[in-house]
Design a protein around this ligand. Structure first.
Ligand SMILES: Nc1ccn([C@@H]2O[C@H](COP(=O)(O)O)[C@@H](O)[C@H]2O)c(=O)n1
Ligand SMILES: C[C@@]1(CO)OP(=O)(O)OP(=O)(O)OC[C@H]1O
Length: 157
């Protein structure tokens, strides 16, 4: 078994939606990012790469590379799934926490779980997505940005 953890932050910017866990979530802001800025997927990718001791998302998909401009982050996740399978592992389970005041994540959590489970080739009960505010404290509390944390366990395939 191998354990991994990941963390990601993106600042809010102009826009009318954000991508979270592969789901388009309506919001009064967008995020500032090179890719689509999906903090859930970025944190989860870092957890998966960490479990494999294969560096981090920025090493696999450099922000300096124009191929990843506005990229759909689900392709990053599917790449991680290939790396996991190549090494004889599968995802046991993953647990993600989103930190923001708004948007409300709960109404979208099921759709996110379905998207993440599909990309990682696991059953729905292997993926947890939950959320919390930071009680109006710090950059998330001031609604300047959004953060996500992820943990995962890889098991032998
Ligand atoms: N962006 C968010 C934040 C929170 N939730 C849900 O609300 C519950 C209460 O949050 P507190 O930070 O006040 O404890 C939390 O447990 C989530 O169920 C959410 O959906 N989206
Ligand atoms: C995802 C990548 C892709 O270039 O860029 P960003 O969308 O800016 O996101 P970040 O969380 O900073 O991770 C780094 C990059 O891999």
């Amino acid at each position: 078994m191998r354990i991994g953890q990941g963390y990601d932050v993106h600042a809010f910017g102009d826009g009318d939606h954000i991508m979270l866990g592969g789901v388009r979530v309506p919001h009064d802001r967008g995020v500032v990012a090179h890719s689509d800025g999906d903090v859930v997927i970025h944190a989860l990718c870092d957890a998966l790469l960490g479990a494999l001791a294969l560096g981090d998302i920025g090493q696999h998909f450099p922000p300096s590379d124009e191929r990843w401009r506005d990229a759909d982050s689900r392709q990053f996740l599917r790449h991680c799934q290939v790396l996991i399978a190549e090494r004889g592992y599968k995802l046991g389970n993953a647990d993600v926490t989103v930190v923001c005041e708004r948007p409300k994540v709960g109404p979208h959590a099921q759709a996110m779980r379905e998207a993440l489970a599909a990309d990682l080739g696991v059953e729905l009960d292997a993926i947890s997505v939950k959320a919390t505010t930071s009680e109006q404290l710090g950059f998330t509390g001031r609604r300047e940005g959004i953060a996500a944390m992820a943990m995962c366990l890889l098991v032998s395939a």
